[in-house]
Design a protein around this ligand. Structure first.
Ligand code: FAD
Length: 382
């Protein structure tokens, strides 16, 4: 039974997690390992599928995998030892030693999903309403669940956040990210070699493209088995966002158009642009991509991550621009810190107050850093 401001000992806390992607699974696994009674509810039916591919495997993500899953981080990551900027002709403008570790969204999702008990991961269950004072959740099918704590890890479009903070909404940053992944085997040896062991960038006017290798779809990390992940930040340059984000079915999307759903003229135009605006190796990579897609870049800040016994976690609370390479790491840190706070404090109220204060600070700082990085790099700064 839920208890009002009682001590939340390791054995006692029942937790409902809404959202079963990274944030929900980091939370589920961290709290489960700490002895809490957690159930995760994901609105999508069936397994989630990667929509892009690459993520920077920050230390907090690697450490989470080592501590809480059966996966050894070295087995699901690729590394680079150099950061390289190219000129428009494809020559090397600068090259600096810099160790980076990358992974794929699907490799981390799979590791987390395998680490969380099947009988407590429920798909096709959408939370439609929450009562923060009692941590109760109501689902789309009309059923309800009570718990000591409710964690909404529902991503940037969280309906729980909209319910708790109706005035907060994502703010478009005036540029988009075109993205794609290419199997290494689809690249010529020269092009694959140019990106091997390098985190490679090209900065144009109002545009920045980067690429790095990530594990293959089956997790392969050896040369030949990997995928090249690219992200091309681009200002709209007079184009209408509504047109760009209208997908092949004619529906205008707010946050982007997923792989395979771009309208043919939009895709053609961006491919043409790639062939003239990018250095030859990057142009070859975009040309070799089967299903490029586009995402809006936006900022999201919430005033507080805690309302009574309901929390917002991961992208539901803060979305920082991808230049920070920190979205997945932030979700992992939110979850680990929540488990620690529950362990460190006598009451749930005290634990949530301390956690909310620290993580809201961290999230706000990250969003501000992302704004500075993005505006500087895209030449949008005031
Ligand atoms: C399917 C998928 C693929 C992704 N692929 C990539 C990628 O390849 N590269 C990358 O950098 N980032 C990717 N992301 C984004 C990345 O996971 C997040 O930016 C980051 O890891 C923070 O995760 P999150 O769990 O807070 O939010 P999200 O990953 O956005 O997850 C939110 C989850 O909550 C579920 N949900 C939302 N509302 C409700 C509700 N009311 N009730 C129940 N469930 C709800 C959503 O269906 C979703 O699964 C992907 C996200 C998803 C959902």
């Amino acid at each position: 039974m839920p208890h009002d401001d009682a001590a939340c000992s390791a054995e006692e806390c029942t937790v409902t997690v809404s959202g079963g992607s990274m944030g929900g699974l980091f939370t589920g696994v961290a709290l489960d390992r700490a002895g809490h009674d957690v159930a995760v509810f994901e609105q999508s039916a069936g397994e989630l599928r990667s929509r892009g591919g690459g993520i920077v495997a920050q230390r907090s993500v690697r450490s989470f995998l080592s501590r809480h899953t059966a996966v050894t981080p070295q087995h699901v990551t690729t590394t680079t030892s150099e950061r390289r900027f190219l000129t428009a002709d494809g020559d090397v403008r600068t090259a600096t030693s810099d160790s980076m570790t990358f992974t794929s969204w699907d490799a981390v999702y799979r590791a987390l999903r395998d680490a969380f008990p099947d009988d407590r991961y429920h798909t096709g269950r959408r939370v439609t309403d929450v009562t923060p004072a009692t941590a109760a959740a109501t689902f789309a099918d009309g059923s309800e669940r009570s718990a000591d704590l409710l964690v909404a890890a529902e991503g940037g479009r969280s309906s729980t956040r909209e319910q708790l903070f109706p005035d907060v909404s994502p703010e478009f940053a005036d540029y988009v990210a075109w993205r794609g992944v290419v199997p290494e085997s689809d690249l010529s040896a020269d092009v694959a070699d140019a990106f091997d062991d390098r985190f490679t960038f090209y900065q144009g006017t109002g545009s920045l493209i980067l690429a790095y290798f990530i594990p293959g779809p089956d997790g392969g990390i050896d040369p030949g088995d990997r995928r090249l992940n690219w992200v091309w930040y681009d200002t709209l340059a007079g184009r209408d966002r509504g047109q760009l984000f209208t997908d092949a079915s004619g529906t205008e999307q707010r946050f982007g158009v997923p792989p395979g759903k771009l309208r043919a003229p939009v895709e053609r135009r961006q491919r043409d642009r790639a062939s003239t605006a990018l250095p030859p190796t990057f142009a070859a990579v975009v040309a070799a991509t089967d299903e490029p897609f586009v995402q809006a870049i936006y900022d999201l800040t919430t005033p507080s991550m805690v309302v009574d016994r309901a929390c917002l976690l991961g992208d539901a609370a803060f979305v920082a621009r991808p230049h920070t390479a920190a979205g997945t790491a932030k979700a992992a840190e939110d979850a680990v810190e929540l488990a620690s706070a529950l362990d460190d404090h006598d009451t749930l109220t005290a634990a949530l107050a301390a956690w909310g204060r620290d993580r809201t600070d961290a999230g706000s700082r990250l969003v501000e850093r992302g704004k500075r990085m993005g505006d500087d790099r895209l030449g949008l700064g005031g």
